[in-house]
Design a protein around this ligand. Sequence first.
Ligand code: DAT
Length: 177
Amino acid sequence: MRAKPNIVVTGTPGVGKTTHAELLARNTGLKHLSINDIVKSEKCHEGWDDELETWIVDEDKLLDTLEDLVAPGGQILDWHACDLFPARWVDLVVVVRCDSTILYDRLTARGYKGKKLEENMDAEIMQVLLEEARESYEEEIVVELKSDTAEEVEGNVERIEAWIAQWTKDREDEEEN
Ligand code: DAT
């Protein structure tokens, strides 16, 4: 049994996953795992998709790479997908959401355009990641948090910290009994 929880932070690109994961890691000492960075650095991909301007992920290799990292717990898995991660790895799934007008501005500021911009905007409006999370994990461990403003990020991270404290206490109580 892991002593610290593994937390998935997911959502459409631009909603604020990295912002949340970094602050949460700073406040709690959990480790921020940017899955995008791991895909690149560990070469868990089969090349580059020119049209969508993204790596074509080798899912088996990615899971093999992550397995040892998540085993001890205490990892924040930051990625724009979540159904890939086995449920046994995951204690909490945070789906970060954002108002679509705000998201549009963030993505265009990041240089997204054409099909890539359109697909990501559609994904947020259709709440694709929220549905994916709800289909892949127990309902009780999936939380949806709004991230339109900096104040909301702080409030969300406080909420996750409170959840971690409760999770840790429950584990300790279980061990005593
Ligand atoms: P993601 O990791 O989901 O792609 P990010 O954390 O990199 O998103 O954030 C994208 C941009 O939006 C970045 O410039 C920071 C900004 N941002 C994120 N969440 C925000 C919030 N709640 N309020 C204001 N700006 C935010």
